[in-house]
Design a protein around this ligand. Structure first.
Ligand SMILES: [Cu+2]
Length: 167
């Protein structure tokens, strides 16, 4: 399931951009058998964190006004953060961390394929009234975003910023 989604993203990116992101294609070929939420893959915005390393929990509420509260988050480089999500709304919401470019591409796919299943360690899918959490290690500095990629939500502004600062 994950592999086919990744293939879908790669082929859609290729169609959109006219070129494959070679680093990613290479990585997929090297590690074809690894799948599942426990997989640790270095991304530009960090890597799946060890729950034992968590020293800080950030609560994030998801609202049907297509907003996250808070929508600005600052972390230190090297910090492992537990995000504790609460969907306070009546519809499904998601929390997906990424670069602006990755989220833009993924959101476009979600509009074309609204029922596409996707699950990665940097995502949470939270049904109405429910809670979820993810643990993420921010081991790359920079400006990143988090977004709800459910069709229509991202374009309605369901997005926030994460700044990772070197100490
Ligand atoms: Cu949403």
């Amino acid at each position: 399931m994950q592999f086919s989604k990744r293939a879908l993203i790669l082929s859609a990116s290729a169609a959109a951009l006219g070129a494959l992101p070679t680093a990613r294609a290479h990585g997929d070929q090297d590690h074809p058998a690894k799948a599942g939420p426990s997989r640790k893959e270095q991304k530009d915005w960090g890597i799946a964190g060890d729950p034992k390393a968590v020293k800080r929990t950030i609560e994030v509420r998801m609202l049907d006004t297509m907003r996250f509260v808070p929508d600005r988050i600052e972390v230190r480089l090297g910090e492992t953060v537990r995000f504790a999500h609460h969907n306070a709304g009546q519809v499904m919401h998601e929390f997906v961390i990424g670069t602006r470019k990755e989220l833009d591409e993924h959101a476009a796919l979600m509009i074309r394929f609204p029922n596409m299943e996707h699950d990665e360690p940097y995502m949470a899918h939270v049904p109405p009234g429910q809670r979820a959490e993810i643990v993420w290690l921010f081991n790359r500095p920079g400006e990143f975003e988090f977004a709800c990629l459910i069709a229509g939500h991202y374009s309605a502004g369901m997005v926030g910023k994460i700044t990772v600062r070197a100490a």
